[in-house]
Design a protein around this ligand. Structure first.
Ligand code: IPM
Ligand code: MN
Length: 353
């Protein structure tokens, strides 16, 4: 196991929340006696500005020479109208996911007891503890399917899944469920889409090896509704690239803010950790962003890629504590509550580690 990480702050609030995560990293390094080698690189709009490409060759090389990647966020209005292969999203982040074959995206969503009032859902719906994990297929499906075409008169994408692509992500979901509450909800649109009909068939086949895990199937429209009506029914949500993108934002909103949701993108070897939320250009550079999703993504990196389980646990414990103690960035504050800045939030999380 190496100790080198690539840090790609990206755009919008990315750089400021990444700075807080690095503060926290240095704190746990001191406390737990390890040291990661950090090299920063460019991605997204920031890379376009300096090099003309959202994933420059140096960043590709850096990523491939690293043991893990900590990414902020990419994109912003300035780069919204570029050709797809030169956009921060497709030419930058999706190209990086493809380069590293990151086919697994884990997005845990937990509603903190003390933040229940920040959730749009009522206390009646949140009568227990929401704790669900979205297992999103990340390297295939409609995001990458060929052919794709875009003219002013016609445009199309291809939603395609091959059996082995579904198999490999289904195994991940069943294994995750075994360590949790033992239930997988596979989300598809098998009443309409062929790719979903195969998805469902393959998930049922893989389930034969996990008879101890409960499996249910849900259409995506119903799943979006069920998340609102009764999020407590879910343990692991297994779904496609596109549906997982949508449902994981919804699950983040249930938790009170997109700024709380970390994510891990895993593949063959080099894994990537990033908040599930976006670059929030409207509040970039103002010290308003919530760095918790970035800091919890760091915790996921420390345990997944570097076996620093104690450091990860200490970070999570500190986040629990500061939430319980009432420290709030604007996104999770109720009206009348004191609001602290991005860097104050980083400081206070460091203080309780
Ligand atoms: C996410 C983001 C990305 C995605 C965008 C920025 C390409 O929304 O990680 O959820 O759609 O996967
Ligand atoms: Mn998304």
């Amino acid at each position: 196991m190496g100790n080198k990480i690539a840090v790609l702050p990206g755009d919008g609030i990315g750089p400021e929340v990444v700075d807080e995560a690095l503060k926290v990293l240095h704190k746990v390094e001191d406390k737990f006696g390890f040291k990661l080698e950090i090299e920063k690189g460019l991605i997204g709009g920031a890379a376009i500005e300096k090099t003309g490409h959202p994933l420059p060759e140096e960043t590709r090389k850096l990523a491939l020479a690293s043991d893990a990647i900590l990414l902020g966020s990419i994109g912003g209005p300035k780069w919204d109208n570029l050709a797809p292969e030169l956009s921060p999203e497709i030419g930058g982040l999706l190209a990086l996911r493809k380069l590293l074959n990151l086919y697994i995206n884990l997005r845990p969503a937990v509603v903190y007891e003390e933040l229940k009032d920040s959730s749009p859902l009522s206390a009646k719906v949140l009568s227990g503890k929401v704790d669900l994990l979205t297992v999103r297929e990340l390297a295939h499906g409609i995001y990458f399917g060929q052919p794709k075409s875009l003219t002013d008169e016609e445009a199309f994408d291809t939603m395609i899944y091959k059996r082995e692509e579904v198999e490999q992500i289904a195994h991940v979901a069943f294994q995750a469920a075994r360590k949790r509450k033992g239930k997988v909800t596979s989300v598809d649109k098998a009443n309409v889409l062929s790719s979903s009909k195969l998805w469902r068939k393959v998930v049922i086949d893989v389930h034969q090896q996990y008879k101890d895990v409960e499996l249910e199937h849900m259409y995506v429209d119903n799943a979006a509704m069920q998340l609102m009506l009764n999020p407590l029914q879910f343990d692991v949500i297994l779904t496609t690239n596109l549906f997982g993108d949508i449902l994981s934002d919804e699950s983040a909103a249930i938790c009170g803010s997109l700024g709380m949701l970390p994510s891990a993108s895993l593949g063959a070897e080099i894994n990537l950790f990033e908040p599930a939320g976006g670059s929030a250009p409207d509040i970039a550079g103002m010290g308003k962003a919530n760095p918790i999703a970035q800091i919890l993504s760091l915790a996921m990196m420390l345990e997944t890629s570097f076996e620093q389980n104690d450091a990860a646990a200490a970070i999570r414990k500190s986040v629990d504590k500061i939430i319980a103690d009432g420290y709030r960035t604007g996104d999770i504050a109720m009206s009348g509550e004191d609001v602290i800045s991005t860097s104050e939030m980083g400081d206070v999380i460091c203080k309780f580690i």
